[in-house]
Write a new protein. Sequence first.
Length: 195
Amino acid sequence: GLLTTITRDYDRISMHGVRTALLEQQAESIGLPLIKVFISAKSSNEEYAAAMTEVLTRLKAQGINRVAFGDIWLEDVRRYREDNMAKVGMTGLFPLWGKGSAWVMETFIKLGFRAITTCVDTHVLDGKFSGRIIDRRFLAELPPGTDPAGEKGEFHSFVFGGPIFTRDIQFKAGETVLRDNRFHYCDLLTRESNK
């Protein structure tokens, strides 16, 4: 299954800002069940951990023992995940660990995956990087010192197509907005509803 946090107040993927309707289409196209962990808009680390523990405990009771994460090289993030998994008797799987961000992004593009940035941290990147397709041109234009996979939170994205999808997710780029005087979001609208 696919496991992600949803900000209950906005009905969107936490930090990414992607509407739940698009997330549901993504999971359906990939053919995996979607497991949602709900948190509030001003969630603390304690609230996040409690919500995640509740869902992981339920999954553990169903016989699931491992959760895969897309982390590439941040040791503190991996340690945090491993510590939290251990509390519920589960282990983490890190298939991209140590591969290097440049390799991950080159492989991602080479395999035919397609993604768009949905949130940019303007303390690191110009807001104009929000709402852009992630391709070789995008990577070439990133300022020096920017992790090409956004591993340090420089940007977040939505994958809308690729070899594991039965169909591309249809969306329209909507308005862009700056939140908390820092995060530049590009709203993605579903094609069916335009909202």
